[in-house]
Ligand binder design. Structure first.
Ligand code: FE
Length: 337
């Protein structure tokens, strides 16, 4: 809310504390989707709390919160990927939140004491239906098999999505096998890592490589696209839910927490609880073609539904964050640039 000069004068005259009177929430968010407008408007409607949004890239927001220090107006930080939430956590930016409602709604493996997941995405194997047989790429481990030599496209190993995947493999296979896997995948690269997940999907569809790993929402986005070239890309591609006989598909999250320096702590907790409510969960997840974090809720996203059900890895998301540094070392040793 913008204060006019008369309003300021009035406040000064009657000696009220504007901040105590105003019901606001300052949200620093790395998410910006069409459905967000309705998401925040509904919160204001329910609580009378105005939402002030600062939207920027994840790392910029983190930097900004650090620079603002104790003076930061930020109440809530929302970002994507466990590794980034963990970074904020390690920097001591979050305050612990105790909420029975959040504990009941968000499964234990999708939260820590300081932050909560509000949506999930899976990191899946996507292959070219003309050149690769799905039975050859059932598991992440298969991507390291010599028969896929020259077939694998990937984004950088330094990207949080791949760091989190490696972090999960460290937990499931142990450090040594995880490193052997990384070396095997690097030996199968069709080209050196470049671009984002969507670039890999396009390269696979174009036959530049046979198989890649991608977050589900990038594929769902292409499925929902009305552009003829995107439709052609999707037609070429098959999706595998990885490791269904073992740990399940690796999942990651969007989530957030309350900042230690939050000036509006009561509003912040209300907002986190609101994000775990039925309606907000569906808006939040659907905004980026993700699944709600609350397990009882069914997404009404047709693109996601068409991919079918899958077994998701229930490794605590906090473990991904814990293993992120080792994950980077392993990629470095394997030459996964
Ligand atoms: Fe992404």
């Amino acid at each position: 809310m913008k204060l006019t000069i008369p309003a300021l004068l009035f406040a000064a005259l009657i000696g009220t504390n504007l901040h105590a009177e105003e019901k606001v929430l300052n949200l620093y968010s790395a998410r910006h989707y069409q459905t967000d407008e309705a998401l925040y408007a509904n919160f204001t409607k329910q609580t009378g709390i105005q939402v002030n949004r600062i939207e920027a890239k994840e790392d910029e927001l983190l930097e900004r919160i650090r620079n603002e220090g104790a003076q930061s107006p930020a109440d809530i930080f929302i970002t994507v990927d466990a590794a980034r939430l963990a970074k904020a956590d390690e920097l001591g930016l979050f305050a612990p939140v105790q909420s029975k409602f959040l504990e009941e709604r968000i499964p234990a493996h999708l939260r820590s004491t300081d932050w909560f997941a509000f949506s999930i995405r899976a990191r899946v194997i996507i292959y070219n239906k003309d050149s690769i047989k799905p039975e050859d790429v059932r598991n992440y481990e298969d991507l390291a098999a010599p028969k896929l030599k020259g077939q694998v496209c990937s984004r950088s190993g330094a990207h949080p999505y791949n760091l989190s995947l490696m972090a999960s493999l460290i937990a499931h296979l142990g450090e040594q096998k995880a490193e052997e896997w990384a070396k095997g995948v690097v030996a199968n690269f069709a080209r050196s890592p470049r671009g984002g997940d969507t670039d890999q999907l396009k390269a696979v569809a174009a036959g530049e490589c046979g198989v890649t790993i991608s977050n589900t929402y990038y594929f769902a986005r292409l499925m929902r696209s009305t552009k003829p070239e995107d439709k052609k890309t999707v037609e070429k591609l098959g999706v595998v839910w990885p490791n269904q006989q073992t740990q399940g598909a690796h999942i990651n999250i969007s989530g957030g927490g309350m900042l230690k320096t939050a000036p509006n702590k009561a509003a912040a907790i209300k907002f986190l609880e609101y994000l775990a409510s039925d309606a907000a969960q569906l808006y939040f997840a659907d905004g980026n073609n993700e699944w709600p974090a609350v397990p009882s809720l069914k997404s009404n996203n047709a693109a996601l539904a068409s991919l079918g059900n899958f077994k998701a890895d229930t490794l605590p998301i906090a473990t991904l964050a814990k293993n992120a540094v080792l994950a980077q070392k392993i990629y470095d040793r394997a030459g996964w640039k």
